[in-house]
Design a protein around this ligand. Structure first.
Ligand SMILES: *Cc1c(COP(=O)(O)O)cnc(C)c1O
Length: 491
């Protein structure tokens, strides 16, 4: 069979085949239908695939080989921090005392787990320069929404019902305006100047007594440090607004600079980015939120507190925005982040940002002669190139991204941020070796050459993957998300 034709597990099914063998029953058999109330028992068994253990192993191993992951190759997806996830994190997360506990257990029986959560909060307080942290939010966007709901509750508690607007730079991550909208705010865009930084005059123009907050990431999504941050903080605070820090990618400032010291009032972190939680496939993630003292009363409840030498959840928080997640956050991912922070230590975390920044600058400088560099200045953990020059030759950034697959690389983020034409956003991360950076650079240079000499090779890429160029519009508009018998599917 051709490797393209990996059948679905349902198509491999043969009646009566099983993937397990059990010893003979040595207790009386129970009729299951007598155990459940009427109406809770299906009249027929679900049509599950019947396959042998070996078939199942081969099936999923074959599928997994079709995928690209950070354990199989370089993954320079800007703004996503696809760094290596150390395996010691997995070992610790699997300790029975962490993996086999239940969120409804008595606090007294899970003191170790609570202590880990409390300690993680304290570490994140230190790293961000905030006064208190909640671990409840399950993702970056969820953290943004949680933070904005706290800002909203803060203004409402002050009788400031007029503050309905959240200012977001045009280079911002798409989740920022989306979270602001879901939290009930109106989004106002502030422009970037030609240096790729927030235009202060435009900021002064849009700020006012209706400003609830400015959402900002620093370094921004172009990988540039907003050097006027203290002045921006003064402008926003002067107008009575709050500063929200999108800390999804902290790789450039970890142990170097703290959002709290830059004037930010609220920050979320993506533990599944900077702090080596695995991500992709939709999670689970963790997006803790830190706040300055005046926002503490609004933190989601329950709040984990230390009472003497006991850790417990406090529910009596009348001004809290309430619970934002069942139980107390994605505990397993928090264990991984805690393991990472403890195994790196403060000096290790500092080395992370230094290496992330030097890797990005090295790559940017070596690629700059071959592509357009819209902002020619030192970058932080990531940088953007523009494929404008290649577009004039009929090759688009999308084609370049597809061609990279033939070299075994995951493409960078493309067409984002929106304010750069034919944008490619590259984030090498600190975990890659110089050899890996060099091979990727060589691949990019070769593609740039191909654009000039044999553009069709790039335009028709990828050539070596199991599936060639996809119809992306159709994939988005007509997704087939569950099994349908082959003959029923019209492709
Ligand atoms: C990834 C990212 C987010 C969103 O995080 P999710 O966990 O995917 O919700 C927000 N802002 C920035 C800058 C990001 O890179």
């Amino acid at each position: 069979m051709h490797k393209k034709d990996q059948p679905l597990i349902f198509e491999l099914s043969k009646k009566g085949r099983t993937g397990y063998s059990l010893t003979e029953l040595d207790v009386p058999e129970v009729d299951l239908s007598t155990l459940a109330p009427e109406g809770f028992i299906r009249s027929s068994a679900p049509e599950l695939p019947e396959v042998a253990e070996l078939d199942i192993m081969r099936h999923y191993t074959a599928l997994s080989k079709r995928n690209h992951g950070v354990d199989s190759g370089f993954y320079p997806l800007g703004s996503c921090t696809m760094k290596y996830n150390p395996k010691v994190n997995e070992a610790v997360a699997r300790y029975a005392g962490f993996a086999h506990i239940h969120p409804l257990q008595e606090a007294s029986s899970v003191q170790g787990a609570l202590e880990l959560m409390y300690d993680l909060q304290e570490h994140l307080v230190e790293i961000t320069g905030m006064d208190e942290v909640t671990l409840q939010p399950a993702a970056g966007a969820h953290g943004e929404w949680t933070g904005l709901m706290m800002i909203r509750a803060f203004h409402e508690a002050n009788g400031d019902l007029n503050r309905t607007k959240v200012i977001v730079p045009d280079s911002a991550h798409g989740t920022n305006p989306a979270s602001a909208t879901v939290a009930g705010f109106e989004t106002i865009t502030v422009k970037s100047n030609e240096d790729g930084l927030v235009d202060l005059d435009d900021l002064k123009r849009v700020v006012g007594d209706d400003t609830a907050a400015l959402m900002l990431t620093n370094p921004n999504t172009l990988g540039l440090f907003e050097e006027n941050i203290l002045e921006m903080a003064a402008i926003i605070h002067g107008a009575g607004g709050k500063l929200y820090y999108d800390g999804a990618n902290l790789n450039a400032v970890l142990s170097k600079a703290r959002p709290g010291d830059m004037g930010f009032d609220v920050v979320h972190l993506n533990l599944h980015k900077t702090f080596t939680g695995p991500h992709g496939g939709g999670g689970p993630g963790s997006g803790p939120v830190g706040v300055k003292a005046d926002l503490i009363p609004f933190l989601p409840k329950p709040v984990l507190v230390k009472n003497g030498d006991q850790f417990e959840f406090e529910y009596n928080r009348p001004q809290s925005i309430g619970r934002v997640k069942p139980y107390y956050g994605n505990f397993g991912i928090n264990v991984r982040a805690y393991t990472y922070i403890r195994s790196m230590g403060p000096d290790g975390l500092k080395a992370v940002s230094e290496n992330a920044v030097i890797n990005a600058n090295y790559m940017m400088r070596r690629l700059a002669p071959h592509f357009d560099l819209p902002f020619d200045r030192h970058c932080k953990h990531e940088f953007v190139l523009s494929g404008k020059r290649q577009k004039k030759l009929g090759v688009r950034t999308l084609d370049i991204a597809k061609r990279l697959l033939d070299f075994g690389y995951h493409p960078p983020t493309i067409y984002f941020p929106l304010n750069v034409e034919e944008c490619m956003m590259i984030e090498p991360t600190e975990t890659e070796s110089k050899e890996t950076l060099d091979s990727f650079i060589e691949a990019m240079i070769q593609i740039a050459k191909e654009v000039e000499e044999t553009p069709e090779v790039v335009q028709e890429a990828p050539h070596t993957t199991i599936i060639g160029r996809l119809d992306e519009t159709k994939a988005a508009r007509q997704p087939i998300l569950r099994y349908q018998k082959k003959e029923a599917v019209e492709v």
